[in-house]
Structures are given as structure tokens and as C-alpha cells.
Ligand binder design. Structure first.
Ligand SMILES: Cc1ncc(C[n+]2csc(CCOP(=O)(O)OP(=O)(O)O)c2C)c(N)n1
Length: 629
């Protein structure tokens, strides 16, 4: 670690540095980030892009009194380093360590937590209005990437800002990338601004003016600053129409320029938007060459950027390959992503069916209503959206898809615990929020072969449907040559039994089988069942076993409340049978980040826990005598 960086324990230490030292510090921080994240993994590219921007912000503003909000907040690592977390930084995303996003409970300097895109402007406006009401004087600054402006909430906030407050600073951090290339008209608009020759000229002269004035230390005098600013002021119609004075675009890697600009913006008594141009991955050639990969990744070689060769096939890949094949057979199938072609696997679909691939930007609500519109015209839209991000689209799923009986398919990747990313990214609520929606068919495959079957089933239905599958490697089963349509609402009994029925949802079937074997070894007859459908539930199967077994066990990678186990309890109640149900799932609290296995052990999603709970319920069942083999 460099010596300047070692001296930084709080923003006050940064404030003592001069411009040259800050520039040197930026270099040290880049080296530190590249080294540290090579071991932990994380959002390297976005953070390398905002080193100077974050240093300038902390030089000029005083957190925690002033509020700095990062949209998504995956790019807040430098903020963490500056605000007293440098020594713990090597624990980032590690169990018990720093979270990869801003977290209000982690530091007073994290004024607002995030993980989902598009919230910074609205939250900042809320804080600014609260300040105004209290007669406070603090500054509120929202930093949002260019892709955050593809999100509706950002525009809902823009529509509201000028009407609500006179003091708010919005920083548009424009690097032209989302995770993939940014898409849509707004991205095109930003691109035209930064490539416009006239702008380029203004930008250069602004640079010179500010540097000159900065040297004379006059920019903190508001009037003169305003005069100086005229040189680089260029009203961008879009933001000016929203009532935000637009400044920029300026070089987001020039510390003196950024510092002087922020000093000036601090003095302005109306909402402003500063457009800064940054380079994602700056200072690390592999990240510049591989923007998508280095947006967020696991450990890598800090010299070459090389990562371990891809291991086992993932559920996302099986989803994408299957969709490519299904789309060959069925011209009605179209694929929709909300800025996640890479994560969902749809970047594999894109070149194979370019006319039937739609990336709508970070806009999950729009994605779903758009899909509904296509479905009214006879298409079979498949929306590939992570479980956690689909939460955004709850109302469109109810109002636009289900109520209108439209056959939209939701393929919910990352359903279940996401691990290192933590609570903003765990997909633990989808069953709860989808289960109560009439018309919806809800499925969870036990392995990759069944995922393909469920996709084929889903596109054959005339109702909406959703399939949940986890992050990461598939089970590794032998695949059928062709997927099959499954009978809707029918479970699969893998092992019959008469003392206890164990229902393992999706890949949790492996825990169910293990529990079945243990109980078998303890002398009980355990049925192991793959439910396949959370809705409609296989009531016939439940009725059959309810009259046979002493207890059910349900195991799901989902919150217990309102999840699959709850559905089983409700169904048994409706059937008028009183058989106890041991429900294994996540408790009613937000689960921290960490390794999946360790978190399962901590929160009781284990075979041992299930066994402990179920054994007393089987006490009155006579154990079979085991014949030693
Ligand atoms: C609602 C929602 N959908 C999708 C994502 C996944 N996601 C995380 S960062 C990101 C791109 C952000 O791009 P930008 O705001 O331009 O910031 P940059 O990474 O380029 O600095 C996306 C799509 C998310 N965090 N939230």
C-alpha cells in the first residue's frame, strides 16, 4: 500500500492533501483496488472509474453532515476506503466483512443503502426536502451512472426535483457503459453531447479557465465562479427543461477541475446536474479491454486480469441455450432483458435471434408491460429477470400480465440466496410475491434438465408463468435430447414412503434426498418428492400423503413466510387434514452477505436442522428394524 493511502483514516486526512498529492493518492488507490479485489472479487471496473470523482467529493463536502448517495452503490468502494474502512477493506464481500454496497448500518458516512438501480435521485431529493423543512444547510449529492438514467425512477425524481427544493447536486457519471453497453435514446443523447465537436471545444476551454482560476484560488467566490463557469456552461435541453441547471461535460479524472467545480456548485441556489465523463476500468488494461467482465467478477490475476477458466455449466447458460432452441421451433418466442444480457445468459441468444432480442435498459417495470403488449399480439415473451430485480415489477405482473391473462414467461435467475452480494441481491421473496396472483403458474426445477422441461411447458401455456432457478452451477445430470412438456400441477415422487413426506423445492431436492436417507437409516420410511409446481400445488399428492404420513417436511431456498411451505400448510388446511409441517427456509429477517453454505448452516437450512425438528414428530411411529447389509 502506498504511503499516502496509509495516512488516510478519515475524510479529514484527505482534506489536508494538495492537488498533486491527491493525484498521487488516486494512483495508490487504483493499485490497492486492483490488488485487493484480485483476491476478494468485486466491482472493479466501476470503482476504477470513480477514483478522482470520489476524492474530489470528499475533499469538498463533509460527510456525514453532507449526504453523498451513490446509485446502485456498487461504485462506492473508494468512499468506503476514505471514510474509515481502509483497514477492513480486504474483507469486502467476505463473510463478516464489509458489504459490497453502501449500508446504513456499516457507517454514518453511508447515508443511504442501495443495490438496485435508479434510487439515488429520489432518495437524495427526500433528504434535501427534509433538510429544507428542518432549516438545515447540508449539501446533498446524488451520483448516478449513465445507465441509471434508463431507469424510470430517475426520471420520476427529475420530474419532481425543481418543484421541491432549491439545493440539490446531481452528478451524472457517464462512462457509456451499463454492465453491457448502455442502450436506448438517453444513452444516444449522452453520447451525442460528449462527441459533439462544439462541446469538446467548450469543455477544453472550460478546463483551462478553471485551472487558471483554481490556481488563483478565486473559485470559492460565487460571483466570479459563476462568470468563470459561463465558459463551460452549456444548457443541455433535457435537464434544463426539468429545471436542473446543466454543467459539463467535464473530465471526471481531473482532480483540480472536479474540486473547483464542486466548490462552485456548492454555492448555487438551484438544483444542478454535473455531467462528468469517466472511463470504467481506468488504470487497468484488462478492465479496459473487458468492460463487461470487469464490471463485477470473482478473484483474478492482478497482473493479467485472468480469471479461472469457467467451470461447470450454469443455470443461466442452460436457460439461454434452451431458449435459443425453443425460439427456433416457435416463432412467437421473444426474449426480454432489463440491462442484464450477460448475467441472464441472453447475450448468447442475442446473436442467434437478433430480431427477437430486446434489452430495454434498467427498466424492469417497463420490461414487463412491454412484454404484456407483445403478448397481446400473439408473441410469447420470455422475460429473463433476476428474482430480486423482478420485485420492481410486481404491479405490472398483476395488472398488465395476470389480470389480462397474458402468456408472459418470467425466468427468474438468481432465485435463492445470492451469497456475496448480500441482502439487496438475494432472491428470497419471489414465491411470496407471485403466489397470491391469480392465473400464475409457478415452477422450480430440481436440475437443468427439468429447467428445460419447464421452459417448454411455460411457452406452451396460455397463462402467465414463472420459473425460479438459482445462481451458479447446474446439478450435472444427464439431459434428455429434447425437453418435454410437464403436466401442470403434478409433483414427481422420487422415493415413496409412509412415515414422513419430504418435499424439496428446486435444487433443494438434494437436501430432501439426504434427509430421506438419514431418516431411512434411522428406521423410518421417508418419501422424497420433487414438487415441481408451487402453484398449482399437487393437492392430490398432498391428500394422499396426508393420510399416510406423520409429518411433512418442506425445504426451500426462499423465506419461510409466504413461501412454498406456507403454500403446503394452506393446502392441507383446505383439505381438512391436520398433519404437522416442518418448514425449512430462510427466517423472517434480512440475510447478510456471505458464503451460501455457511449462511445456510447459520440460519438453519440444513439436513441436521430438519432432522432435529422432524424426529419428535415421528416418535410414535414404529421404527422398522434395519437389517444390516
Ligand atoms: C433494478 C436493478 N436492475 C439491474 C441491476 C443490475 N445492475 C447493477 S449495476 C448495473 C449497471 C449500472 O450502470 P451505471 O449506472 O451506468 O454505472 P456504472 O457501473 O457504469 O458505473 C446494472 C444493470 C440493478 N442493480 N438494479
Amino acid at each position: 500500500m502506498g504511503t499516502l493511502l496509509e495516512s488516510i483514516h478519515s475524510p479529514a486526512d484527505l482534506k489536508r492533501l494538495n492537488a498533486a498529492q491527491m493525484t498521487a493518492l488516486a494512483g495508490e488507490i487504483r493499485a490497492f483496488l486492483i490488488q485487493t479485489l484480485s483476491k476478494t472479487g468485486g466491482h472493479l471496473g466501476p470503482n476504477l472509474g470513480v477514483v478522482e470523482l470520489t476524492l474530489a467529493l470528499h475533499k469538498v463536502f463533509d460527510t456525514p453532515q453532507d449526504k453523498i448517495l451513490f446509485d446502485v452503490s456498487h461504485q462506492a468502494y473508494i468512499h468506503k476506503i476514505i471514510t474509515g474502512r481502509r483497514e477492513r477493506f480486504s474483507t469486502i464481500r467476505q463473510p463478516g466483512g464489509l458489504n459490497g454496497f453502501m449500508l446504513r448500518t456499516e457507517s454514518d458516512h453511508d447515508s443511504y443503502g442501495a443495490g438496485h438501480a435508479g434510487t439515488a435521485l429520489s432518495a437524495a431529493l427526500g433528504m434535501a426536502v427534509a433538510r429544507d423543512m428542518a432549516g438545515g444547510n447540508e449539501n446533498v449529492i446524488a451520483i448516478a451512472g449513465d445507465a441509471a438514467f434508463t431507469n424510470g425512477i430517475s426520471f420520476e425524481a427529475l420530474n419532481n426535483i425543481a418543484e421541491q427544493t432549491r439545493r440539490l447536486i446531481v452528478v451524472l457519471n457517464d462512462n457509456e457503459w451499463s454492465i453491457d453497453r448502455n442502450v436506448g435514446a438517453i444513452a444516444g443523447y449522452f453520447h451525442r453531447i460528449v462527441t459533439n465537436e462544439h462541446y469538446q471545444h467548450l469543455h477544453d476551454s472550460a478546463h483551462r479557465i478553471l485551472e487558471r482560476l483554481g490556481g488563483k484560488k478565486v473559485l470559492n467566490v460565487a460571483r466570479k465562479a459563476e462568470e468563470a463557469a459561463k465558459g463551460f456552461l452549456w444548457p443541455s435541453m433535457l435537464f434544463e427543461e426539468f429545471g436542473l441547471q446543466y454543467f459539463g461535460p467535464i473530465d471526471g479524472h481531473n482532480i483540480p477541475l472536479l474540486v473547483e467545480t464542486f466548490k462552485f456548485l456548492k454555492t448555487i441556489d438551484h438544483p444542478v446536474l454535473l455531467h462528468v465523463l469517466t472511463q470504467k476500468g481506468r488504470g487497468f488494461q484488462p478492465a479496459l479491454d473487458g468492460q463487461k467482465k470487469f464490471h463485477g467478477l470473482g478473484p483474478y490475476d492482478p497482473e493479467t486480469g485472468q480469471t479461472k477458466p469457467a467451470g461447470q455449466l450454469t443455470y443461466s447458460e442452460v436457460f439461454a441455450n434452451t431458449l435459443v432452441d425453443l425460439a427456433k421451433q416457435d416463432p412467437r418466442i421473444v426474449a426480454v432483458t432489463a440491462a442484464m444480457p450477460n448475467g441472464t445468459g441472453l447475450d448468447h441468444f442475442r446473436p442467434r435471434h437478433p430480431d427477437r432480442y430486446f434489452d430495454v435498459g434498467i427498466a424492469e417495470e417497463h420490461a414487463v408491460v412491454f412484454a404484456a403488449g407483445m403478448a397481446t399480439q400473439g408473441y410469447r415473451p420470455v422475460c429473463a429477470i433476476y428474482s430480486t430485480f423482478l420485485q420492481r415489477a410486481f404491479d405490472p405482473i398483476v395488472h398488465d400480465v395476470a389480470l389480462q391473462k397474458l402468456p408472459v414467461v418470467f425466468c427468474m435467475d438468481r432465485a435463492g440466496l445470492s451469497g456475496d452480494d448480500g441482502p439487496t441481491h438475494h432472491g428470497l421473496f419471489d414465491l411470496s410475491y407471485l403466489r397470491g396472483i391469480p392465473e400464475m403458474v409457478l415452477m422450480a426445477p430440481k436440475d437443468e434438465d427439468e429447467l428445460a422441461d419447464m421452459m417448454k411447458t411455460a411457452v406452451s401455456l396460455d397463462t402467465p408463468s414463472a420459473i425460479r432457478y438459482p445462481r451458479g452451477a447446474v446439478a450435472g445430470v444427464t439431459r434428455k435430447p429434447e425437453p418435454q412438456i410437464l403436466p401442470v400441477g403434478k409433483a414427481e415422487v422420487l422415493v415413496d414412503g409412509s412415515d414422513v413426506a419430504i418435499l424439496g423445492l428446486g435444487p433443494m431436492i438434494t437436501l430432501a434426498s439426504e434427509l430421506g436417507s438419514r431418516l431411512g437409516r434411522a428406521g423410518f420410511s421417508a418419501a422424497v418428492i420433487n414438487p415441481r409446481f408451487v402453484k398449482p400445488l399437487d393437492r392430490e399428492m398432498l391428500d394422499l400423503y396426508a393420510h399416510r404420513v406423520a409429518a411433512f417436511v418442506t425445504i426451500e431456498d426462499h423465506v419461510r413466510m409466504g413461501g412454498f411451505g406456507s403454500a403446503v400448510v394452506e393446502a392441507l388446511q383446505d383439505l381438512g387434514v391436520a398433519v404437522p409441517v416442518v418448514r425449512i427456509g430462510w427466517p423472517d429477517r434480512f440475510i447478510e452477505h456471505g458464503k451460501v453454505d455457511a449462511l445456510r448452516a447459520k440460519h438453519g437450512l440444513t439436513v441436521e436442522e430438519a432432522e432435529t425438528q422432524v424426529l419428535p414428530l415421528l416418535a410414535h411411529r414404529k421404527r422398522r428394524t434395519l437389517v444390516a447389509s
